[in-house]
Structure formats: structure tokens, C-alpha cells
Design a protein around this ligand. Structure first.
Ligand SMILES: C[S@@+](CC[C@H](N)C(=O)[O-])C[C@H]1O[C@@H](n2cnc3c(N)ncnc32)[C@H](O)[C@@H]1O
Length: 375
């Protein structure tokens, strides 16, 4: 496999096709890099998130209500709200929904959230023994697990409207306080956290989220719901479906949240078989059958979401070639074929070589824009 040093793609490695202005816009969006400290984007880690500036560019170029059927941590929803646009999102993962909701929450909740978080953090420092879910002790120093347990146990004491925000704050510190290397790397790396600092971190996250939400321009509240992108369409007449679906065979989005689901007693059970393109499906079924399944799922979700587009509405998909073992999987052709089969016209495309930092390799990422007839 071709290898090169990590870094942004060079201009020569970007390929464009279709409408000149739109493919230039997609190319610009595709090469966006770096973290963006705007609105609530820094609040909670989420794997493989879309770049906020990429989302903003596309939203600006495509009018009408926006939908993201694989909304993940809610980047598209935050940017839609900042742009003053009506939006909606679905995801299979309860953690994705929790994060998306918190990142776009109503400002009226920030004061009660901060006040509850301050009280919870104070109580979490008291020496009251709490139960830690089985299997979690190897991921935390005992006093850290105790502080987390006390935070979790206090959340139900507060107003129901504030509880989802408190849970999102809790969720945002679960991996950081653990020995897990990161959200996407399930390696154990021990470190020391001083007693009391986990509770302080919880309170700090509340102030951070509160500040970010307070500073966000008033905008329409996104509609965020649990859903399977293959079968659950948004409301009709969307102007833009903008999304980044799972790349084939790269991540296990649902099991990846195991620390959070264990702490919050969330059962991912029925969602697991519905996850599109999971890495485990490639291991269980083998490359050929898993790819066939991914293509079938791609066909289904694109068909379902295309039906909800208004005449002249656009679908923009960010998809990267998958990686199974050491071999690339072409994600572009099945995506384009499914868009055509759903009755959409491909209007522009851009592709770029992107470094895969985890594997020290290059993968190709694509942004494809298609349009429904009849503007
Ligand atoms: C690449 S991530 C989306 C990241 C998102 N664009 C962001 O900026 O945070 C893909 C998402 O697809 C979700 N997913 C996988 N299969 C799904 C399905 N059948 N229906 C809905 N969501 C699904 C995963 O839970 C994950 O959150």
C-alpha cells in the first residue's frame, strides 16, 4: 500500500468532476482540516466527525431544510442552526443523540444545568461509597470510578428537562477520566488523576457547554430522533440531505461507546445488527459478503433519504474508501450508482487523498452532490 507522511492533501491530489463552481466548493470543503473552536464543536469527542467548515460551506450553497440521517455528534445540526436553518437528524447510537441534543440545546437550560452541575460536583467529592458497573474497574483508578459513580447517581435528582444535558456532561468526561487512550483507540494507558479532579472536570464541562450555548445565535431547534437511516425518512421537502455515513469496514460505532453505555446502563442491543458498514461485519461475514451487505444498505438508505428531497433538493455525501485488512474498498462507485438509482442527477464531485493517521496509509475521500429534478 502507498504510504506517505500525514498532512493536508496537495492541490494536485484533488480531483474534480461535474459543475465547475460546485465541484470547486466540494473540493474546498473536502480539504478542511484542524479543530474549530466555534459554538459547541469542542464540547464532546465523536469519531469521524464532519469538519464544521465543510458542513457550513455546503449548507450555505444549498437552500431549504437540512437533514442528516447519520448525524453522529451533530456537526451538521450545529452548523444548520448557526446558519438559521431548519434541520433534523437521526442516528442509531443513543450516545450520538445525547451529544447532538446537548450541542444544540435551548439556552433556557444553561442556567439550571450549571447550577445542577455545581451541586453534583460538590456532592461527588464526599466519601459516599457507590457501586461501579462490572468490568469498569480496570479502566479507572478506584477514586475516579467512585467520583464518576456519585455523579451518575445524582443526575436523576434534577429536573427532567436538564437531565439529558447532565448526562451529556457526564458522557463527555468518561473517556478522558479513564485509562482508555482515546475514543477511537481502545488501548489501556494508565495515568494518575488526583482525587477530586474528576468532579471538577464535570463542573468545568458544564461551564464550557453553558458558555458555548449562551453565545450561539438563536436559531431553529433541530429535530433529533433515534432512527435507522435505511428505513426512516425525515419530513418531506428537505432542501438538503448532508451526511457522512460509516465508511465500509473502518469503525464499530456502537461498541466503541462501551465505557459510556456501561456507565449509563444503555443497551445497544437492537441497534447493533442495524449498523451500516461495521468493522465487525467484515470480520464475521468476510470481505465479499460484508461488502455486498454494505452496498445493499447504501442503496437502501440513499433511496429512503432521496424520497424526502424537495424538487431541486440536493444530497451531499462525504464518503471515504474503506479499509479491510490492508486492502482498499471502493466506496464511491456504489454511492454514485445508488444516487442515480434513487432518481438523482449527479451534479458535482471532488476526491482527495487523505492520510489515515491510525494506519499510516492514504485513503481517498469523496464528496458527491446530486440533485432531484424539478427545481
Ligand atoms: C461518520 S459517523 C457520523 C459523524 C457525523 N457526521 C459528525 O459530524 O459527528 C457515522 C454515524 O452513523 C451511525 N450509524 C451507523 N449505522 C446507522 C444506521 N443504520 N442508521 C442511522 N445511523 C447509523 C453511527 O452511529 C455514527 O454515528
Amino acid at each position: 500500500m502507498k504510504r506517505r507522511k500525514a498532512g493536508p492533501p496537495s492541490a494536485s491530489s484533488i480531483r474534480k468532476a461535474g459543475d465547475e463552481a460546485l465541484s470547486t466548493l466540494l473540493a474546498e470543503a473536502l480539504v478542511m482540516e484542524g479543530s474549530i473552536d466555534r459554538a459547541t464543536h469542542m464540547f464532546h469527542a465523536y469519531p469521524a466527525r464532519m469538519h464544521p467548515d465543510a458542513a457550513a460551506l455546503v449548507i450555505d450553497a444549498c437552500p431549504g431544510p437540512v437533514h442528516d440521517p447519520f448525524c453522529g455528534g451533530g456537526t451538521v445540526l450545529v452548523e444548520s442552526r448557526l446558519a438559521g436553518r431548519e434541520s433534523s437528524g437521526t442516528d442509531l447510537s443513543p450516545i450520538a443523540l445525547l451529544v447532538s441534543h446537548a450541542r444544540t440545546a435551548d439556552k433556557s437550560l444553561t442556567t439550571p444545568m450549571r447550577s445542577a452541575a455545581r451541586k453534583i460536583a460538590a456532592k461527588a467529592q464526599l466519601r459516599i461509597d457507590v457501586e461501579v458497573p462490572e468490568g469498569l474497574d480496570r479502566w479507572y483508578q478506584p477514586h475516579v470510578a467512585q467520583e464518576l459513580g456519585r455523579i451518575r447517581d445524582e443526575i436523576p435528582e434534577y429536573d427532567e428537562a436538564v437531565q439529558p444535558l447532565l448526562k451529556a456532561l457526564f458522557s463527555s468526561i468518561i473517556v478522558k477520566a479513564s485509562f482508555r487512550k482515546s475514543d477511537t483507540i481502545n488501548r489501556r494507558e494508565t495515568h494518575h488523576r488526583a482525587p477530586g479532579t474528576t468532579a471538577i472536570l464535570f463542573h468545568k464541562k458544564a461551564r464550557e457547554l453553558g458558555r458555548a450555548l449562551d453565545a450561539m445565535a438563536e436559531g431553529p431547534q433541530p429535530l433529533i430522533q433515534a432512527g435507522d437511516a435505511r428505513f426512516d425518512p425525515p419530513q418531506k421537502d428537505r432542501g438538503l440531505v448532508l451526511t457522512s455515513p460509516p465508511y465500509p469496514g473502518v469503525y464499530d460505532y456502537l461498541p466503541m461507546q462501551q465505557l459510556r453505555t456501561a456507565w449509563m446502563s444503555i443497551d445497544m442491543g437492537s441497534g447493533l445488527p442495524a449498523e451500516v458498514g461495521s468493522r465487525r461485519s467484515f470480520r464475521a461475514l468476510g470481505r465479499k459478503d460484508a461488502l455486498q451487505q454494505w452496498r445493499k444498505d447504501t442503496h437502501r438508505w440513499i433511496g429512503t433519504q432521496a424520497d424526502a428531497l424537495a424538487p431541486g433538493g440536493r444530497m451531499v455525501i462525504v464518503v471515504g474508501d474503506g479499509l479491510v485488512g490492508d486492502r482498499m474498498v471502493d466506496a464511491l462507485s456504489p454511492t454514485v450508482e445508488s444516487m442515480r438509482a434513487a432518481g438523482l442527477n449527479i451534479v458535482a464531485r471532488a476526491s482527495a487523498d487523505r492520510p489515515d493517521h491510525a494506519r499510516g496509509a492514504i485513503r481517498i475521500e469523496h464528496m458527491v452532490m446530486a440533485e432531484r429534478n424539478g427545481a
